[in-house]
Design a protein around this ligand. Structure first.
Ligand SMILES: [Mg+2]
Length: 377
């Protein structure tokens, strides 16, 4: 089989509100949508998750675009892809086409997910079959950025709770941690709370607040240290009673194995974009299940196209914790899928009868939000 045409669409979808975490603020996003067409006119869509700044990993908008245009897309258009009887082998054959492009995993993820969309059509199976999605109901929680105003912040949490959210994730930083947790706990003593530090601490500074966290009924602490600070996580696990969840530190099965064999984490937050793409997320989830490490799925500022892949992974049997799909409606003003998933009382119900990636692209909306396009054929 061949990819006869590849298109890179750069979108501009307005946001309702900016997003602030411990080290950056985002006001505007430019999702990159990859559209590939094979010789039988099957069309697959994928998305490269983008952030405006280099962080973990170190790709950002400009590097993604140039890497796609200069290296990845030219490596796949009109190149032979060996079509195996196994869909998994065919997927591996596809990624081998640009196997000599080192790194840039988030950039590759868009084109790889587009290929998954396309190949599910060639094999006429759904993404739910491909990824062994079992759970028909996905429970959703809410994540809240660092506040600019405490009253607005507490009001927002209250509105989430009134809308049936069962668990809230607070983004914290070293300069607001105890204040934030104590204000939330004072007003909402019983709500399930998770805290996410987004790599903001060193070991010494975080150990100072561990006694407070361990007595504040926190469900899990997420990613207190830099992505490569392996030793700090190991040391923290020796003293902290609250479960430790890793996010930025996990990019591969090898990372999970290193932490598992050193008792360095309890839970893994799978972001499909960070672990390269949906197929890697599937394999990491299978590995975690085999070693009794529970997981959950989180978003990375992606559009509702990407959510189709997130939902399939979040429905795998090892995703025991609620996943975070809330922010799409919270931050974006539009969508590009026809009849996108619905959150009803903070649950998403999977329709297993849906074909391929589960939802259909709204071509008119896609056109409306596209402000730049590159075509290769
Ligand atoms: Mg996180």
């Amino acid at each position: 089989m061949h990819i006869a045409k590849a298109e890179i669409l750069v979108l501009d979808i307005p946001m309702h509100d900016s997003l602030i975490v411990s080290f950056w603020k985002i006001d505007r996003l430019k999702p990159i949508i990859i559209k590939i067409t094979d010789e039988l006119w099957n069309v697959g869509y994928g998305e490269s998750i983008l952030l405006p700044y280099p962080m973990t990993p170190f790709e950002y908008f400009d590097t993604w675009l140039t890497t796609l245009k200069n290296f990845i897309v030219p490596a796949i258009v009109w190149k032979e892809i060996v079509l195996s009887d196994s869909i998994y082998t065919t997927i591996e054959n596809f990624i081998n086409l640009y196997g000599d492009v080192y790194g840039f995993e988030m950039t590759k993820s868009g084109i790889q997910n587009a290929f998954i969309h396309l190949i599910t059509q060639r094999f006429n199976i759904s993404i739910y079959n491909l990824f062994e999605t079992k759970n028909g109901i996905i429970h959703v929680w809410a994540s809240i950025g660092i506040p600019q105003n405490m009253d607005d912040y507490l009001g927002k949490i209250n509105s989430f709770i009134e809308k049936w959210v069962q668990r809230i994730k607070l983004k914290i930083a070293h300069w607001n941690d105890i204040l934030l947790i104590s204000e939330v706990r004072k007003k909402f003593p019983n709500v399930e709370l998770t805290i996410d530090a987004n790599c903001d601490y060193d070991l010494k500074s975080f150990l100072n607040i561990v006694p407070y966290i361990d007595t504040s009924n926190i469900c899990m602490v997420e990613q207190p240290f830099a992505h490569d600070n392996f030793g700090a996580n190991i040391e923290l696990k020796k003293v902290m009673k609250t479960p430790l969840c890793l996010d930025e530190s996990i990019r591969s099965i090898q990372d999970v194995e290193n932490y598992r064999t050193n008792n360095g984490c309890d839970i893994v937050n799978i972001k499909i974009g960070r672990v390269w793409w949906a197929y890697s997320a599937y394999k990491i989830n299978k590995y975690c299940e085999a070693h009794s490490i529970w997981t959950w799925v989180w978003w990375l500022l992606e559009t509702d196209l990407w959510r189709s892949f997130n939902i399939a992974i979040a429905g795998m049997s090892n995703c025991k914790y609620d996943s975070d799909f809330s922010a799409w409606d919270e931050y974006y003003t539009g969508h590009i899928m026809k009849d996108p998933y619905r959150i009803d009382q903070w649950r998403i119900q999977i329709d297993f009868s849906q074909k391929w990636i589960g939802f259909e692209i709204d071509e008119e909306k896609l056109e409306e939000y596209t402000f730049n396009k590159f075509i290769y054929e």
